[in-house]
Design a protein around this ligand. Sequence first.
Ligand code: CA
Length: 229
Amino acid sequence: MRVLLVEDDRELGSAVSASLTGEGYAVDWLTDGASATTSLATTTYDLVLLDLGLPKQDGLSVLRALRARSDTQRSVPVLIATAMDSVKDRVEGLDAGADDYLVKPFSLEELHARVRALIRRRNAVASNSIVHGVLAFDLQSRQASVDGVALELSAREAAILEVLLLRSGRAVSKEQLLDSLFAWDRDITLNAIEVYVHRLRKKLEPAQIVVRTFRGLGYCIEKAEPVRS
Ligand code: CA
């Protein structure tokens, strides 16, 4: 899951960026509104964490420009995190298209929970536990288990499994996986995605969970057909 963090306070931005990275998100951190708008035009995000008081272009105007677009990225969940705490500010932010509003100072724990909630809602998932056949995946701990037994996955494998499960039944392209998993500062190729998917497949095989490849479209997770004898 890839998050765009727009925060001009260096200390807070650095703390939030580090904490979200620690939670397994790929985080792109920008410190002004204009570059946020540029970045939103070229990169697909799963969530935007937006400050309102920003240099070059204020947060509300970034949000309004985003919601006025005509592509799918226009509906990316936006969580406003700001020191502006009047009722008028909140109403204005939510009416401009924000999905949630968090007033500074906030606890990182609460921020994480709100981020998870928005990502669940975006993907029409009701709880933190996604169940797929014998496989269960916990969005909070990022732990997968098969029939209740923990599955040993690397952080990357777990991140790929999370994206595939949140979009199960739909094909996810390698480019989308790359976008979801890595921030700008990581120099990762599409081949690396293939390697991670290959490893994940091997680990899911005993549970008869299949990651199908659709040529030209990407990967899709599905339950294996029962073996016919
Ligand atoms: Ca600010």
